[in-house]
Design a protein around this ligand. Structure first.
Ligand code: TRP
Length: 329
């Protein structure tokens, strides 16, 4: 058994993963699994709260996201990987937590209001969507997790998880530790056009990108927009591509590139070609592992199956305790 934190984190399977996920989340998870006891799961029920009209897509993406995780170096020997909807105990705990969660807490949740506005086209006046943070609290405390690696956007949800936990402990006796966020200092990687990398902005490089589309995407990358011609001096600080080069090969001395760019002797195409080379070298092992797993779906299913069993046994023991605390025996 590993010393240290018990960690839980989940990801909604709403699309294939891209480099933003890799450098923002997966790299951190891969690091955490070396020292902490980690439970990572596909939050398919959470995806259903907004995408209930298209459940087929969620199930397809669940498998793809698992492939991405494993290809990116997450290791089933070190962490437990599971699928939320296979662990029914999460739903039972959500139901019980919903008894003690005041509606006002959920209605005031800033993320709830924001997403409802953002996804105006979908009808999110549902009990499921309002209860999103209650399910998230259940996901976490059912494993007695103390730390939850998440991005900044999840802070309000985690705050609610802690409030719900405190209320449970107050009514039924000290049962769960309060889960704290584990914010990562992750490299912020922008998309091809300089905005946040996101599938919905169509500016992402996916982990499973094929080599041809990788080449054409890198060719379209935005560089210093003030630099129209080779003889115009450029500014690497204003270039969207330069940070990628630094990220993918931090050892390299960059004076030559910087001098060439600011001195107008090195063209953007030179940088793009160099980036393509670095990117291929970086992605090739991920592609190889992905291909291997894709050709062997039974192995992937088996990993999920084993992870589900491991998660279920922990969640089942917690629910015994919860039922007893709530006089439901
Ligand atoms: N809400 C999280 C997100 O959108 C996903 C999630 C669901 C989660 N349950 C969780 C994250 C529990 C951490 C812990 O990213």
């Amino acid at each position: 058994m590993k010393e240290g934190y018990r960690i839980v984190s989940g990801m909604r399977p709403t699309g294939p993963l891209h480099l933003g996920h890799y450098f923002g989340v997966l790299q951190n998870w891969a690091h955490l699994q070396e020292t902490a006891e980690c439970f990572f799961f596909i939050a398919d029920w959470h995806a259903l709260t907004t995408d209930y009209a298209d459940p087929g897509a969620i199930s397809r993406f669940s498998f793809e996201v698992f492939l991405d995780w494993l290809a990116a170096g997450l290791d089933p020997e070190k962490s437990v990987f599971f699928q939320q909807s296979r662990i029914q105990e999460h739903a039972e705990l959500q139901l019980l937590l919903s008894m003690i969660t005041p509606l006002g807490w959920l209605e005031r949740n800033p993320t709830y209001k924001e997403i409802k506005q953002e996804l105006e086209a979908k009808d999110l006046n549902t009990l499921g969507f309002l209860g999103y943070p209650v399910l998230q609290a259940a996901d976490i405390i059912i494993y007695h997790a103390t730390r939850v690696p998440v991005g900044e956007d999840q802070i309000p949800h985690l705050e609610l998880s802690r409030e719900i936990t405190r209320r449970f402990n107050y009514f039924y006796g000290e049962t769960f530790p309060e889960p704290k966020p584990l914010l990562t200092e992750s490299a912020k990687l922008t998309g091809l056009d300089g905005r946040k990398m996101s599938k919905s902005y169509d500016n992402a490089i996916f982990l499973g990108e094929d080599p041809d589309s990788l080449r054409s995407k890198i060719k379209t990358m935005l560089t210093d927009t003030n630099r129209m011609r080779l003889k115009d001096p450029g500014d690497p600080e204003k270039c969207n591509l330069f940070p990628y080069l630094k990220l993918l090969d931090p050892q390299e001395p960059y004076e030559e590139i910087v001098d060439g760019c600011t001195g107008a002797s090195r063209g953007c195409m030179d940088c793009k070609n160099q980036l393509l080379e670095r990117m291929e070298a970086f992605l090739e092992p991920i592609w190889a592992k992905r291909r291997e797993l894709q050709n062997d779906p039974d192995t992937v299913k088996d990993i999920i199956h084993q992870g589900n069993n491991a998660a279920r046994s922990v969640a089942g023991a917690t629910m015994e305790q919860v039922r007893s605390r709530m006089s439901l025996l």
